[in-house]
Write a protein of this length. Structure first.
Length: 293
C-alpha cells in the first residue's frame, strides 16, 4: 500500500547532507524495494519507508565529516541510508553526492545517479573500440537509452531490443531496433550481425538474457545490470561506481550532450503512485521523474 504522510525533516548523520528535494528519479528498483525483495540496500529500514533512491535539490544542512559540499549548494546523488527521495526533504550520502554544474538542470541531474552512472559503468567495463557492435537488450527504459546514447557517442554500432512502444525513442537516437513482439530476436540479430556482437548489455534478464547471451563473440562481454545469474552464462554483472567522481563525470557527459536522458514523463509529488506504477509495469519509455519543489 502507498500513502502520503507527514514526517519531520530527517537529521543528517555523519557523512550525510540534508537536502530540499527539487526532483526525484523513479526507477524499477523503487518498486523492488517496496516489495521487500532487496531489503537492506537503502539502509534496511523497516516499513513504512519513503521510496526513491536518487534526487536533485539544495543542501539545507550537513552532518559531520562532510567535505566538498556546502549549505546552499545545488546537488544530486543517492539516498543510500533509507531516507527516500519521494519527499520534500531527505538525506543523501555525501560521498555519493555531487554539485550540479552550471548549465545542467535539476531535472536532468536527478536522472543521472542511477541511469547515467550505470551507462558509464557498463560501457567502461566492456571497453569496446570505436566501430564495435553492442546489443542493448531492453533498450527502451531510462538505463537502456542512456547506455545506447553514450555508446553511440563512443562511435559504437548499437542494436537494441524492446517492445513496439519503445521503438520511436530508440530509433530517434540512432539505435537499430529489434521489436521482440514482432520478430525473432535471435534471428533478427544474427541477420544484422552475423559474426556475433562484440558486447551485450542486458537490462531484461531471465529468459530474454538467455536468448541473447549466445549472440556474443565472447561470453565475458555479456554484462547484466539486473540478473545476478549472468555468471552461469559466462558473463559478468555490472560493477557499479556511485561515488562523487562518477557522478561528476556523468554530469559532464550530460552537459556535452553525450548522456542526455530521454525524459518522457514529469509527475508532481501528489502523482507519485502513478509515476511508480508506470515504471513498474514496464511500458514506460525513457526516464520518469517526480517534480517535488
Amino acid at each position: 500500500m502507498q500513502e502520503f504522510f507527514d514526517r519531520p525533516d530527517p537529521v543528517p548523520g555523519r557523512g550525510e547532507v540534508l537536502i530540499q528535494v527539487d526532483v526525484a528519479g523513479v526507477n524499477p528498483l523503487d518498486h523492488l524495494l517496496r516489495s521487500g525483495l532487496v531489503d537492506g540496500l537503502d539502509g534496511g529500514r523497516p516499513f513504512p519507508r519513503v521510496l526513491g533512491m536518487e534526487a536533485a535539490g539544495t543542501v539545507l544542512a550537513r552532518g559531520e565529516d562532510v567535505n566538498g559540499l556546502e549549505v546552499g549548494d545545488a546537488v544530486f546523488g543517492f539516498a543510500l541510508t533509507g531516507g527516500g527521495t519521494y519527499a520534500e526533504t531527505t538525506v543523501l550520502s555525501a560521498p555519493n553526492t555531487a554539485r550540479i554544474p552550471e548549465g545542467l538542470s535539476a531535472t536532468v541531474a536527478a536522472t543521472l545517479p542511477v541511469a547515467g552512472t550505470t551507462a558509464v559503468d557498463v560501457l567502461d567495463q566492456l571497453s569496446l573500440p570505436a566501430g564495435a557492435t553492442v546489443l542493448v537488450n531492453g533498450v527502451g527504459g531510462g538505463v537502456g537509452l542512456a547506455v545506447a546514447r553514450l555508446a553511440i557517442g563512443r562511435e559504437l554500432r548499437v542494436i537494441g531490443t524492446g517492445s513496439t512502444a519503445k521503438r520511436e525513442h530508440a530509433e530517434a537516437i540512432g539505435v537499430r531496433f529489434i521489436d521482440y513482439t514482432a520478430e525473432d530476436v535471435a534471428a533478427a540479430a544474427r541477420e544484422l550481425v552475423p559474426d556475433g556482437f562484440d558486447g551485450i548489455v542486458d537490462l531484461a534478464g531471465g529468459t530474454s538474457l538467455r536468448t541473447v547471451a549466445p549472440l556474443a563473440q565472447d561470453p565475458r562481454n555479456v554484462i547484466a545490470v539486473g540478473d545476478m545469474s549472468v555468471p552461469d552464462l559466462g558473463g559478468r554483472f555490472v560493477e557499479r561506481r556511485g561515488d562523487r567522481e562518477n557522478l561528476e563525470r556523468s554530469a559532464r557527459l550530460a552537459l556535452d550532450g553525450l548522456l542526455a536522458p530521454v525524459i518522457t514523463a514529469v509527475h508532481p509529488l501528489s502523482d507519485a503512485p502513478a509515476a511508480l506504477a508506470a515504471v513498474e509495469n514496464g511500458h514506460t519509455s525513457g526516464k520518469v521523474v517526480i517534480k517535488v519543489a
